[in-house]
Design a protein around this ligand. Structure first.
Ligand code: 3HC
Length: 285
């Protein structure tokens, strides 16, 4: 199960980051989006990150050009036909994901491994609807993908050990540190992180302290790289709420229930950095 060519489905925040690290590690990488507008936006995000890296002295101009050279974009599934590994990072919609796998399975080689970057959907449920449940698992990356070192490697009771080994080796080859986790809602990181973020919203809503002081307290008091509200704005309030809802649905524990303020901010379209406003404002930044 040697992985040489990688297909990435979705060129949003996560998909573009995954495609970038994959191409930077020397893999021929093909990223697929539903239309040219989304594709160009995603590829533009990668170029911008690499250019900033060059400006910061973190990436050489040669490495940037090689990464771009290893990367191609497409709006067809056909472009992914020779991929050994397919990483799906499209919207968190079960039906949409299943339709995508069905379309791809008609085209790809039999040996190709499929993984989903889902943060909340059940990997077993996704795997069971494909014709390759033994070659299907989860690879959960973290935002911002090029900077975050961790990948959760998720296996189901159906995943073949050889497939787990192949994707684990691939995560190391792209410079990430893998951890192994069984398919279970929210895996390791979100299982622990999401209740903490929800609690932060609850204590703020309860009037304990200001946003800024809660963020400063958790940064300086615990040595976290960012406070909970800065992190919520980075992750996206809609994403955090969605993961919380799935966790609440699964475990029925009140600590996973999204607090009223979070719900209302999502309803109001204040989703964080991506909309220019979340707990903080980013207009013009
Ligand atoms: N190219 C290359 N390197 C770059 C770069 C670029 N364009 N931009 C920044 N860097 C480098 C910097 O030079 C720096 O390197 P150094 O450590 O060697 O000096 C490093 O990356 C950090 O960058 P910055 O100094 O600009 O920024 P910070 O120090 O503030 O770090 C951060 C940014 C890595 C995002 C940090 O704040 C952090 O770790 N935050 C927490 C993020 C987090 O928790 N993410 C997980 C969210 S949960 C999730 O995604 C799961 C989902 O399912 C919800």
């Amino acid at each position: 199960m040697e992985i040489k060519t990688v297909g990435v489905l979705g060129c949003g925040l996560m998909g573009s980051g995954i495609a970038q690290v994959c191409a930077a590690a020397g893999y021929k990488t093909i990223v697929r989006e539903v239309d040219e507008t989304f594709l160009n936006k995603g590829l533009g995000r990668i170029r911008k990150f690499l250019d900033e890296g060059v400006a910061k002295g973190k990436v050489t101009a040669d490495a940037r050009d090689t990464t771009i050279g290893n990367l191609s974009g497409s709006t067809t599934f056909d472009a992914l036909k020779d991929c050994d590994l397919i990483i799906e990072a499209i919207i968190e919609d079960l039906e949409e994901k299943q339709q995508t796998y069905t379309a791809l399975e008609k085209i790809v080689n039999d040996h190709a491994i499929f993984v989903s970057n889902t943060s909340s959907l059940c990997i077993t449920e996704l795997a069971a609807t494909t014709m390759r449940p033994d070659r299907f698992g989860g690879l959960h990356f973290f935002n911002p993908v090029p900077l975050m070192k961790l990948v959760e490697v998720v296996r189901t009771i159906l995943t073949d050990e050889a497939a787990v080994k192949a994707v684990t080796e691939w995560t190391r080859a792209v410079g990430k540190t893998p951890v192994q986790v069984k398919d279970s809602t929210a895996f390791i990181v979100n299982r622990l992180l999401v209740p903490y973020l929800l609690d932060a919203v609850r204590v703020y809503e309860g009037g304990l302290a200001t946003l800024e002081d809660i963020d400063t307290a958790m940064k300086l008091g615990c040595g976290y790289p960012m406070g909970p509200f800065t992190l919520l704005d980075l992750v996206g309030l809609d994403t955090a709420m969605y993961v919380a809802e799935v966790m609440f649905e699964e475990f029925r524990e009140p600590r996973y229930a999204p607090p009223p303020l979070l719900k209302r901010m999502v309803m109001a379209g204040q989703l964080g950095r991506k909309t220019g406003r979340g707990f903080y404002t980013y207009e013009g930044k």
